[in-house]
Design a binder for this molecule. Sequence first.
Ligand SMILES: C[S@@+](CC[C@H](N)C(=O)[O-])C[C@H]1O[C@@H](n2cnc3c(N)ncnc32)[C@H](O)[C@@H]1O
Length: 208
Amino acid sequence: MVSDNKTLDKVYTAQNSEQLMDAYKDWATKYDSDTVCEFGYVAHIESAKALDKALDDKECRILDAGCGTGLVAEELSKLGYTQMDALDYSKEMLEKAAVKKLYQDYIQADLNAPLDMPDDSYDAVVCTGTFTYGHVKPHAFNELVRVSKPGGIVCFTIREGAFEDYDYRSQMLKIEQENNWELLEMQDTDYLKNEGVRCKMCTYRVTK
Ligand SMILES: C[S@@+](CC[C@H](N)C(=O)[O-])C[C@H]1O[C@@H](n2cnc3c(N)ncnc32)[C@H](O)[C@@H]1O
């Protein structure tokens, strides 16, 4: 997947975690302005709306998995949520997120690997912009379910194109068949509006 933007290309064509984290290290300072202003990124707004629709307690404990610079937390904060932890593999993105002072805890971890975190830790997990080319793979859904409490909500985006190319749907269906989550909503929404890119916005209830 190649775009006409060099920064985005470096992110999307990374061959491994090291290259991807190197790309985010360079991008961290300009990420918010590039994504929101230049590309018309709206996934953070759509995710916060989708998660809020499924939750009934503003005091619930939320993990922002692949939090980046904290754009999702900014939107959730506007909606009244206060109990949020930040997780990202990029130290530089976590540092940018910390400046916004919206999270309780900051966790540097790889979502493609088992998380060093107890089962049933969160009422909700939001994961926006990370199920995409060269980022987080379908098996990561299992860890999002594991760290969520029974009855918890898992809300995430999957970029169009990657949705098909990485076959995320198979793993989503497998977890449904294993009765570990149930689909509440899946719809197509804008993702990078100025680039004409959309995504699947998915909301599941954990039923394990
Ligand atoms: C497109 S950004 C999205 C950030 C934020 N959620 C948002 O909506 O603005 C993707 C984020 O996923 C992080 N990421 C990529 N691969 C990861 C991995 N394997 N584990 C944890 N975070 C990862 C990147 O460091 C980056 O901060």
